[in-house]
Write a protein that binds this ligand. Structure first.
Ligand code: C2E
Ligand code: CA
Ligand code: CA
Length: 463
């Protein structure tokens, strides 16, 4: 998960790189046309096209595609430019200077990527810089060489543009660092002052009854207002603050669950809690969860811990062992955002899961994109064959709901029923009249007929 602010800074970096590329391509392309070096002019024409593609992708927000393209095309272009050297003897080439900005920019953009993008690519760029700075390796075709005075201007231009690129990247990295530092301090204060809250989003069964909730963290900041989790959870994951935050979430969720267990009308409710990757990887994760659950006194089978597919990629045995240890005390594992990760369907078989959550992107596009519908149906069928519960998240329309029901999915979560609510609003949703504690089918024989708004059924106050 990348936070919004960082996304914007990565986008600025890629847009800036694209624009600089276009300018460099145009400048050098024109110079090579002037010196009648068609090969080099063509190469720089290609660079302009690449720069335009980069700007377009970054502008569209397709940052991963833009970054992958840039991460490979830039070093390749610089290497080829160095090899087809056009400076006369006695003039030092300077094209390799651009390797420095690509290495630094790549490291920044791919900071949260895998080892290859984060370390190998920058390392290759630095190697390129060292090799081309200290050797005269290359083809040295006399037909490509340009006049000495022009080559000297070229050396200066290359050095200055490479420096400008470096300054641009450092400014963006610095802005990124300041924001992250500020957010880190604010999060620490929020932990100390108890500024985090939990909101609860109902989970509904096919009879329209609330069977449980997903606990979602909320941060009401005095100056920044309501800070959504996508803005601070990724950062908390990076800095390790997710561990105290995650423990707080678990304690607060269990305390709420314990309260619900004391009342007949809420005793049936389950509580889903999100667990982030770095929290799960803590060596004492099993111990601290067991302890929190034990101290709260809740029935462990009412607690569902949500993991995402990305956590199943490495260290399979350790992951299974942790999951089994908590499953043994009754805790249920739910696989969140199912369908968005890279792992294969074998995940469903290899890990002790009790539930899968169909990701909201499938639900959103289900009615407009037939292949999404096919995938959704396949997930539901597979889950039923493997004896896994299946819940669809992000259900926003009656049409989506009806389609999911037809496909065999019998649990739902989404704005159609209710947004995540603070505890008071959620209690109101549960308590008025006999409505929500009892199956709605008692009052509505066909609860999800397309002309009925389910929100109105589970929440009389919304009707
Ligand atoms: P998630 O676990 O996939 O949670 C569902 C998100 O979808 C929530 O966003 C929820 O408000 C939103 N949502 C619910 N119904 C609908 C709908 O019908 N349509 C759409 N478009 N969205 C819907 P929220 O609360 O902003 O949380 C975002 C993410 O932040 C969560 O995604 C989860 O990954 C993370 N998160 C939230 N709370 C916690 C927490 O306590 N711990 C950890 N580790 N992560 C959390
Ligand atoms: Ca979730
Ligand atoms: Ca989800």
């Amino acid at each position: 998960m990348r936070d919004d602010g960082q996304r914007r800074r990565v986008q600025a970096n890629l847009l800036g790189s694209g624009i600089i590329t276009i300018l460099i391509g145009l400048g050098w392309g024109t110079a090579f046309v002037h010196f009648q070096r068609p090969f080099l002019a063509g190469m720089h024409g290609g660079l302009v096209v690449f720069g335009i593609a980069l700007v377009w992708l970054a502008y569209q927000g397709r940052l991963t595609a833009a970054a992958l393209l840039a991460g490979h095309v830039f070093p390749a272009f610089i290497a080829v430019s160095c090899l087809f050297d056009n400076v006369p003897e006695g003039v030092h080439r300077a094209t390799q200077m651009h390797f420095l900005s690509v290495a630094l920019g790549g490291y920044f953009v791919f900071r949260r990527g895998g080892i290859y993008m984060k370390y190998v690519l920058p390392a290759l760029c630095l190697t390129g810089f060292i090799v081309f700075s200290n050797t005269s390796i290359g083809f040295h075709d006399p037909a490509l060489v340009i006049p000495e005075s022009a080559a000297e201007i070229g050396v200066w231009t290359n050095t200055l543009t490479a420096m400008a690129e470096l300054i641009f990247i450092v400014v963006i990295m610095n802005a990124d660092l300041s924001v992250r530092r500020m957010m880190d301090i604010e999060m620490r204060k929020a932990i100390a002052h108890g500024d985090f809250q939990l909101h609860y989003q109902p989970q509904i069964n096919e009879a329209g009854k609330i069977t449980g909730v997903e606990a979602l963290i909320r941060w009401q900041h005095a100056k920044m207002g309501n800070v959504p989790p996508v803005k601070f959870i990724p950062l908390a994951e990076e800095t390790g603050l997710i561990v105290p935050i995650g423990n707080w979430v678990l304690r607060a969720a269990c305390a709420q669950l314990a309260q619900w267990e004391t009342r007949p009308e809420t005793r049936h409710l389950t509580m889903a809690v999100n667990v982030s990757a770095s929290q799960f990887r803590q060596p004492d994760f099993v111990q601290s969860v067991s302890e929190i659950v034990r101290l709260s006194g809740v029935t462990p089978s009412k607690l569902k811990l949500e993991l995402t597919e990305s956590m199943f990629v490495d260290n399979v045995d350790a992951t299974v062992a942790k999951m089994n240890a908590l499953k043994a005390i009754g805790i249920v594992w739910s696989l969140d955002d199912f369908g968005t990760g890279y792992s294969s369907l074998s995940v469903l078989n290899s890990f002790p899961l009790g539930q899968i959550k169909i990701d909201k992107s499938f639900v959103r596009d289900m009615l407009t994109n037939p292949s999404n519908m096919v995938v959704t149906e396949a997930i539901i069928e597979l889950a039923s064959k493997l004896n896994l519960q299946v819940i669809a998240e992000g259900v926003e329309t009656v049409e989506q709901l009806n389609r999911l029901r037809e496909a065999g999915c019998m649990s739902y979560q989404g704005y159609l029923f209710s947004p995540p609510l603070g505890i008071d609003a959620f209690s109101k949703l549960l308590s008025p009249e006999p409505s929500s504690a009892e199956p709605l089918t008692r009052h509505q024989p066909e609860p999800f007929a397309p002309d009925l708004a389910p929100a109105a059924m589970i929440c009389p106050s919304l009707s």
